[in-house]
Design a protein around this ligand. Structure first.
Ligand SMILES: Nc1nc2c(c(=O)[nH]1)N[C@H]1C(S)=C(S)[C@@H](COP(=O)(O)OP(=O)(O)OC[C@H]3O[C@@H](n4cnc5c(=O)[nH]c(N)nc54)[C@H](O)[C@@H]3O)O[C@H]1N2
Ligand SMILES: Nc1nc2c(c(=O)[nH]1)N[C@H]1C(S)=C(S)[C@@H](COP(=O)(O)OP(=O)(O)OC[C@H]3O[C@@H](n4cnc5c(=O)[nH]c(N)nc54)[C@H](O)[C@@H]3O)O[C@H]1N2
Ligand code: SF4
Ligand SMILES: [Mo]
Length: 749
């Protein structure tokens, strides 16, 4: 559960100002916090205290990760503070393991990177260079990275870790609703809800302060959690607070199609809403016609009776809402999205919300819970293979024209679409793949699917450049490591899970020697002789983002940098609507500008309607046919690939090594003992983990967190199967076998 924490870090940072309001370095809830640099007699070091601050998403609370985040600031011994170079870098086939990384000056490192890029492009063409970005980057960095790739490198090969995270939900929302804004309404709208259907989301661990917004639904017995595991969130349904449905991994699509079937077959859909606000109902209706609940039961593992119950309960709640009752929301998380059919599953969830007549009304809606700190802004700033800033399309001639004009280059000079993240990583060093990769804000040798293949590809590269503030497992493979400033050491804007822009304010000095990523990109662009110079001050870049995105779908033009602390600014933010703003005030008393609720008048398609369409299960497989299924996910104490949180003793202490959760009945049959070690094997590889018994898990499913490296990396098992619509990898449905293992090397590193 969340805590209203006040923590003090060891004395590692120097003071910039005594108390600064800023936002957390980690997830998309972007909790507000106050950082206070304690008075000290030391001229160079000073401890920093973190206190939760009042903000609509977190209401003063922080989770344990946020509360301990300042521990990682400043000049720690494990902090990267000088560029590192591996001698021999750039020689074809150079053996990375032979030479250690050595310290270098900034000039030496940047000159080396620029000259190697130039040589590789001369030899292999512009697309020989790849760029891998991140939803952790601020809007300014994400925008600049995309501009750098397209104008300085002139490569098409850029994509980012949001492809592992938000691509399916983004694709589904774009196709059905006409716009990808994760929550198309403020999070506080959930406060009034009597019913919330959470599909594959474990907010109690992944965004603990979020659970405050579920309190009313729980008090009405209306929290419904769909998860194969009795997760911390599923446990919140106990004591008559709601219900859990535990489908087999991959069973969500049949489940949702069957629920839709019942709504339509029993006349429970809101026909009036559907005729006013949607198109395509008849084709959707035909595609669910044969998804009677008994068929859904076979493929989802949820009984037909339970499927009918879910459909009828949702319909009753939606009907009650329209007669003056409380709203009903359907939310999706990675549990249903990180599958080979994740886009269709997200589409099915949206379609369900439309059948109930919810989106764009006061009666509720649909949203996806964006994960990374800037997972929302990161996916609209132009670091995705097929996108330009503002959610513009790299294949649309008008979008290319307007972007190129702002960048002062001919539109024909802009490259076309590149390769989505998994293909980019799984073709490294091959004939079709890039020869050099620049990584900004991801730890791909831990977090990408089938990491053995990624490591092989990285070894085959001519050049790997990693920007990070710690020596991540990926940095260990690099030829050049560039130390960057992090989070509270620099200014920047982010867009949280509600599409709300906010400013992370610099609170402390970074270590001597680390540089801002904006400066690094500007310096490299200059060395590469780029036709489009890059700005290196965050406020200057933000102004450019406002100009470039004006008139785009994700329009940021209507709010100025220095107003972001005074107003609640939700995109789209067109300039002309900026001045007076809607006469609205948020719960925390801030005036609202922009568009807090995007679909109130119309959906994002030109005809203003939501587009329903047929949804089919491509590869129907009953759960039992697969044997044991691995699903992966998160623990409260660790963040992502663990580069940051595995360095925080308080967090590592709680969960030091990789674990595999197994139902005791399953464990018994496999001779697995709690606390002992197990080896998991799949067609991609094997890993080791400590066995944890979990009687809340399905007996055909095991769960492994992906926060650990080495032999404890869950992605040694995942295969890199892609959703054909979004190119998102399947992280949550891998057939595995489990075996007792003699010893544990659970990836503590
Ligand atoms: N502590 C912590 N918080 C985080 C992060 C972190 O690394 N650590 N990362 C942030 C990021 S980037 C993201 S994307 C979010 C993710 O936030 P969530 O989506 O909440 O996280 P996950 O743990 O990946 O998955 C959620 C749930 O899906 C369930 N699940 C697994 N397979 C299936 C399935 O087939 N069907 C269904 N219905 N459920 C399934 C899992 O058991 C799990 O409880 O969290 C953000 N917050
Ligand atoms: N098996 C499995 N795998 C998964 C998932 C899963 O559920 N299961 N989830 C997927 C999801 S949703 C996500 S989002 C990815 C996340 O996984 P990654 O893409 O690896 O993300 P992080 O672990 O957050 O890596 C961030 C790295 O960037 C650094 N960093 C942070 N901020 C900055 C910055 O501003 N600049 C630079 N240069 N570096 C920075 C950190 O120190 C860290 O080393 O993992 C995916 N992988
Ligand atoms: S919930 Fe997310 S934003 Fe809030 S403190 Fe925790 S990690 Fe930070
Ligand atoms: Mo994510």
């Amino acid at each position: 559960m969340s805590e209203s924490a006040t923590r003090t870090s060891p004395p590692t940072t120097r003071t910039s100002s005594p108390a600064t309001r800023t936002h957390c370095p980690y997830c998309a809830l972007q909790c507000s916090m106050t950082l206070t640099v304690e008075p000290t007699t030391s001229p160079t070091t000073s401890p920093t205290t973190v206190t939760g601050a009042e903000f609509p998403t977190n209401r003063g609370r922080l989770c344990r990760k946020g509360a301990t985040s300042a521990v990682l600031l400043g000049d720690r011994p494990d902090r990267l503070t000088t560029p590192l170079i591996r001698d021999g870098a750039g020689r074809d086939g150079a053996d990375r393991d032979a030479a250690p990384l050595r310290e270098a000056t900034w000039d030496e490192a940047l000159d080396l990177v620029a000259s190697r890029i130039t040589a590789l492009q001369q030899r292999h063409g512009r697309d020989a260079i790849g760029v891998f970005g991140s939803g952790s980057l601020t809007n300014e960095k994400a925008y600049t990275l995309g501009k750098f790739a397209r104008t300085a490198l002139r490569t098409s090969r850029i994509d980012y870790n949001g492809r592992f995270c938000m691509a399916s939900a983004a694709k589904a929302a774009t196709e059905v609703l006409g716009l990808d804004r994760g929550l198309p309404f403020p999070l506080t709208d959930l406060d009034a809800a009597c019913t919330v259907l959470l599909l594959g989301s474990n907010v109690a661990d992944t965004m603990p302060p979020f659970v405050q917004h579920l309190e009313k639904a729980r008090s009405h017995g209306g929290l419904i959690v769909v998860d194969p595991r009795r997760s911390a969130t599923a446990q919140l349904t106990g004591d008559d607070a709601g219900h859990q449905l535990a489908p087999a991994p991959g069973g969500d699509l049949p489940l949702l199609l069957s629920v839709a079937h019942v709504l339509l077959a029993e006349g429970l859909a809101d026909e009036d809403y559907l005729s006013r606000r949607t198109t395509g109902l008849s084709s959707f209706r035909r595609s669910v016609a044969d998804w009677w609940p008994e068929r859904g039961q076979t493929l989802s593992g949820i009984s037909a009776a339970r499927i009918r119950w879910l459909a009828r309960s949702l319909a009753a709640a939606a009907r009650a809402s329209k007669s003056g009752g409380d709203p009903v929301f359907i939310l999706t998380g990675r549990g249903v999205e990180q599958h080979r059919d994740g886009t269709d599953t997200a589409k099915a969830a949206i379609s369900l919300a439309l059948l109930l007549g919810l989106p764009g009304t006061r009666h509720g809606g649909y949203g996806t819970l964006t994960g990374q700190g800037n997972g929302q802004g990161g996916r609209e700033m132009g670091q995705k293979a097929d996108q330009l800033p503002g959610l513009r399309s790299i294949t649309d001639p008008a979008d290319r024209e307007v972007t190129a004009r702002h960048w002062g280059i001919p539109a024909d000079d802009l490259p076309g679409p590149g390769l989505p993240a998994t293909q980019l990583l799984h073709t490294l060093g091959t004939e079709q793949g890039v020869k050099a990769l620049l990584v900004h804000g991801a730890n791909v040798v831990v977090s990408a699917p089938d990491v053995q293949r990624v490591q092989e590809g990285i070894r085959a590269l001519d050049l790997l450049v990693v920007c990070d503030f710690f020596r991540s497992e990926t940095a260990e493979f690099a030829d050049v490591v560039l130390p960057v400033l992090q989070w509270a050491e620099e200014d920047g804007t982010l867009t949280n899970l509600e599409g709300r822009l906010l400013r992370r304010t610099r609170a402390v000095d970074g270590p001597e020697g680390a540089r801002s990523e904006l400066w690094i990109l500007a310096e490299l662009a200059r060395r590469l002789g780029s036709a489009a110079p890059l700005a290196s001050e965050p406020a200057e870049v933000f102004d450019e983002i406002r100009r470039v995105t004006a008139g785009a779908r994700a329009d940021y033009s209507g709010v100025a940098w220095d107003r972001l602390d005074e107003v609640a600014a939700y995109w789209p933010l067109p300039l002309d609507e900026h001045a007076p703003g809607p006469q609205e005030v948020t719960v925390s008393g801030e005036p609202v500008v922009g568009t807090p609720r995007v679909f109130t008048k119309a959906f994002g398609h030109p005809d203003g309607r939501a587009h329903l369409g047929p949804i089919h299960v491509r590869d129907p497989q009953p759960p039992s046919a697969q044997g044991l299924t691995l699903t992966t996910g998160r623990l409260m104490e660790h963040y992502q690939s663990g580069t940051q949180t595995r360095r925080v003793p308080e967090l590592l202490g709680v969960h030091p090594v990789a674990t595999v959760s197994v139902h005791p009945a399953t464990a018994g049959g496999l001779r697995l003992i709690e606390g002992a070690h197990a080896e998991l094997r799949s067609t991609s590889g094997s890993m080791q983990a400590r066995v944890v018994f979990d009687s809340g898990l399905r007996t055909d499913t095991v769960f492994v967190p992906f926060h650990f490296a080495g032999r404890g990396a869950a992605n040694r098992l995942t295969a890199g199967l892609l959703d054909p619509q979004s190119q998102m990898p399947e992280f949550k449905n891998t057939p595995v076998t489990l075996h007792p293992a003699p010893s544990l090397d659970g990836g503590r590193s």
